[in-house]
Design a protein around this ligand. Structure first.
Ligand code: EPS
Length: 388
């Protein structure tokens, strides 16, 4: 499977086309809209989220609630476009000088300056509009389809927030992935630890008051994954590489960990590697899951655990020094509307991109065209792996 996205933050709409989704998957607009609504929420979101009510219009690839195997096109309207019609329209304008809201002052930490140099744009709005995290709306839409596909195969994905602005969740235990989903859904910062959540919200409010922004750490957990997804035989088939790349492709993400991650540098091998067990009912399992469900570029059958770190959003109300590209003079104020913290939303985006990679590798390994055959192939493989 593959997908493309198109759309500018204040353009008329965001679009994604998903190619290679098998036929026979039950899919409703509501499945996608639920995920879009989750992405819009979270303590620390800015004014744009009050303007938008993101909803996907399915314009191809689904008939009577079931996928056809043909490309699925999803369209999400930008309501805010009504305020930007003259600035963001596709038609030529007579006098470029009169176009409002041109940007010549790059924000440190954003794509503005590098993108402007690379593409030759004097108006950095041409960069900002596409580099905006608004694009993640349709990545979540694509991920919603992948999540639905995984769910139909008994695979569950959940994301949660571990840290915001230096406040760490201490109590992160849960009984089942369903409980993890329910508890984080009820939290305004998608955090399991209620006490930490209160402190996180305070940190977000403080940042907002200071015209600042804060980042954090999110974790994605996937359960019910078949053993042996991915491969050890070639670098670009290693699943951990693909998952890491997916996380790093999310706007503002600067690092990724799998399982114990960077902590593995501080422990001896005897405390890192997961001892192998076997039982008649379960087949091969592990005593621990420090590997985060991945060894040798392949799934072990244990839950996948991936974490990502998001830097503070670089669109700030508090001025940081930069240079006006027209005058070459330093300046200290570039004010664009912003979120003070989007880490809770980022955990929903992380779920989406991980779900897409997993759905993709499953289709590669277990068949391409029909959901019923994919399901049968996985069941056969699981039975074989249990007895192996
Ligand atoms: C976002 C939409 C954007 C920003 C935010 C995320 O809308 P606008 O630019 O109209 O405010 O709120 O993106 C950024 C702050 C950024 O720097 O990319 C969204 O839909 O998530």
């Amino acid at each position: 499977m593959r997908y493309l996205t198109a759309g500018e933050s204040h353009g008329p709409q965001l679009t994604t086309i998903l190619e290679g989704v098998p036929a026979g998957l039950e899919l409703l607009a509501e499945d996608i809209n639920t995920e879009l609504a989750r992405r819009q929420k979270g303590h620390g979101r800015g004014r744009r989220m009050q303007i938008e009510t993101d909803r996907a219009n399915i314009t191809s690839g689904v008939r009577h609630g079931v996928t056809l195997g043909s490309p699925i096109a999803l369209v999400v309207e930008n309501k805010d476009f009504t305020h930007w019609r003259n600035i963001m329209g596709a038609d030529p304008v007579d006098n470029q000088e009169e176009v409002k809201r041109q940007i010549s002052k790059p924000r440190p930490g954003h794509a503005d300056l590098n993108g402007a140099i690379k593409y030759g744009h004097r108006d950095m709005r041409n960069v900002l509009e596409r580099s905006s995290a608004r694009e993640t709306t349709v990545r979540v839409a694509a991920g919603a389809v992948a999540k639905k596909l995984l769910k139909s195969l008994g695979i569950e994905v959940a994301g949660h927030v571990l840290e915001i602005g230096g406040v760490k969740a201490e109590n992160t235990s849960y009984d089942s992935i369903q409980q993890l989903q329910e508890l984080t859904e009820a939290s305004p910062v998608r955090c399991l630890d209620e006490e930490a959540a209160q402190q996180m919200m305070k940190a977000i409010d403080d940042a907002k008051e200071n015209g600042d922004s804060i980042g954090g750490i999110v974790e994605v957990v996937v359960e019910g994954v078949p053993t042996g997804l991915g491969s050890h035989v070639h670098y670009d088939r290693k699943l951990d590489g693909k998952l890491a790349s997916a996380i790093m492709s999310i706007n503002a993400f600067k690092g990724v960990e799998i399982g114990v991650g960077f902590e593995a540098a501080r422990k001896p091998g005897s405390q890192v590697h997961d001892e192998i067990l076997w039982s008649e009912e379960e087949g091969y399992t592990r005593k621990t899951n420090n590997a985060g469900g991945l060894e040798g570029g392949m799934t072990t059958g244990m839950p996948i655990v991936v974490r990502g770190v998001m830097k503070p959003i670089p669109t700030l109300y508090k001025p940081l020094q930069s240079i006006d590209i027209e005058t070459k003079e330093p300046f200290q104020a570039s004010i664009e509307r912003s979120d003070s913290c989007a880490v809770p939303a980022a955990s929903v985006i992380a779920e989406a991109v991980i779900a897409w990679e997993l759905a993709n590798v499953i289709i590669d390994q277990f068949g391409h065209d029909r959901m019923d055959l994919i399901r049968e192939n996985i069941e056969r493989h699981e039975e074989y792996a249990r007895k192996f």
